[in-house]
Design a protein around this ligand. Structure first.
Ligand SMILES: [Zn+2]
Ligand SMILES: [Zn+2]
Length: 400
């Protein structure tokens, strides 16, 4: 009875059926607001008010089909399975809505989202997903425009770097920051290519994505190779038009494009949450290091002394301009001599994540201690450094 009284009070506002029915939305069972409103209106013997004459929506409820068409037009070039509709509604309408709201009212935005969603879903044969939709379409009902937000695609993989002198990520010019200037020959970059660009080129094309971000599990020096099982990475593709690309075919395309420089493997679709995981994981690594020296000194004893040892490394001089100056402790799990000559040796070193290998050999003028140079009693330096294996984050094996 109380509800009938409330409905009678609303009569003076002249509401269209949808707007009237919406005020009682939480009472009904699976009826559309428009149907519910019609029943209430007929029960009270009121005349029909068309949306264009409606005090509340001012005609908005007559535009549902049109909004659905706008959304369909905005989404037609995108591949997706799930979507979600949002909308922006005139503040004045929202103000009037507040004025007459009942405890069982639903908001007009919610009704528009749902009704448009039903039509879009049916016509495009896609489904609504409230938690993690592939695309969100937001209708601006004032200007009849649709803004879309496309969920990025994340691809996990491991890469090998087969050529020295390639940085991991795009490195913008330090003078112009990407615009292009004399210093960078108008390229805007410090290096012609990077692991990131070599991998992303074909992926951007395949997914018809607008942009990308590259997330590596750490990085090797520009002049170091990355061999063996490769370094984990996640490639984020932004605003992709395609979402279902055969990653085996993509892998072949990338490896052809980047031939002799970079090679990818183990590609699979990933989640955003995995970025943080690979970035924070401490993967033990095995390096192959070619070192040079004038005299061998006590190299055998030095290698034996470093095996299983914890060393102290003060931030190396070469990175001091971009890293905090502090002392870190790192464990050298294993170190062996693979080859030794008069002036060169090749070592295999398995070390904790974050160990500065060049400094482990040279000592960095006493900043790393103990070092191979210090223990051998002669000056030794890294000539070539390659990462030949990166473990998994939970790997516990401590011997090579
Ligand atoms: Zn209305
Ligand atoms: Zn520049």
């Amino acid at each position: 009875m109380q509800r009938i009284e409330e409905a009678k009070k609303l009569a003076k506002y002249k509401l269209c059926d949808a707007c009237l029915g919406r005020q009682f939305a939480k009472i009904g069972y699976g009826k559309r607001n428009e149907e519910r409103g019609k029943e209430i209106r007929e029960m009270l013997g009121l005349a029909e008010i068309l949306p264009n004459d409606c005090w509340l929506c001012g005609g908005l409820m007559a535009e549902i089909e049109k909004f659905a068409d706008l959304v369909i037009d905005a989404l037609k070039d995108y591949e997706f399975e799930t979507f979600l509709i949002g909308c922006k509604v005139d503040e004045e309408i929202l103000g009037r809505e507040k004025e007459i709201a009942l405890p069982y009212s639903e908001s007009i935005k919610r009704e528009i989202n749902r009704e448009v969603g039903k039509i879009v879903g049916k016509k495009m044969d896609k489904r609504v997903d409230f938690i993690s939709p592939d695309i969100v379409a937001v209708i601006n009902t004032l200007y009849d425009v649709v803004e879309i937000d496309v969920r990025p695609i994340f691809i996990y993989g491991r890469y090998e770097k087969l050529k020295r002198g390639i940085p991991q990520t795009k490195w913008f010019c330090r003078k112009c920051h990407g615009v292009g200037c004399d210093y960078c020959n108008g390229k805007g970059k410090m290096y012609d290519e990077s692991v990131e660009e070599l991998i992303a080129e074909e992926a951007l094309k395949a997914f018809e994505a607008k942009d990308e971000s590259f997330h590596g599990a750490g990085r090797e020096d520009i002049d170091a190779l990355m061999l063996g099982n490769g370094r984990p990475f996640i490639l984020e593709l932004k605003e992709p038009k395609k979402r279902n690309i055969n990653l085996e075919e993509l892998r072949e395309k990338i490896n052809k494009y980047a031939e002799g420089k970079v090679k990818v493997k183990c590609l699979r679709y990933a989640q955003r949450s995995e970025i943080e995981k690979i970035k924070s994981a401490s993967y033990p690594k095995i390096y192959r290091v070619k070192i040079k020296f004038e005299k061998k000194g006590k190299i055998n004893e030095a290698v034996n002394a470093l095996r299983g040892r914890i060393i102290k490394q003060r931030t190396p001089k070469r990175v001091a301009h971009r890293r905090v100056d502090r002392i870190r402790e790192r464990k050298i799990f294993d170190i062996t001599i693979e080859e030794i000559g008069m002036k060169h040796a090749i070592l295999k070193i398995k070390a904790e994540s974050g160990t500065y290998i060049k400094e482990l050999i040279s000592g960095d003028e006493g900043r790393t201690t103990p070092s191979l140079s210090e223990l051998a009693g002669v000056k030794m330096e890294v000539e070539e450094l390659d990462v030949i294996y990166i473990g998994d984050e939970d790997e516990k094996v401590e011997r090579i």
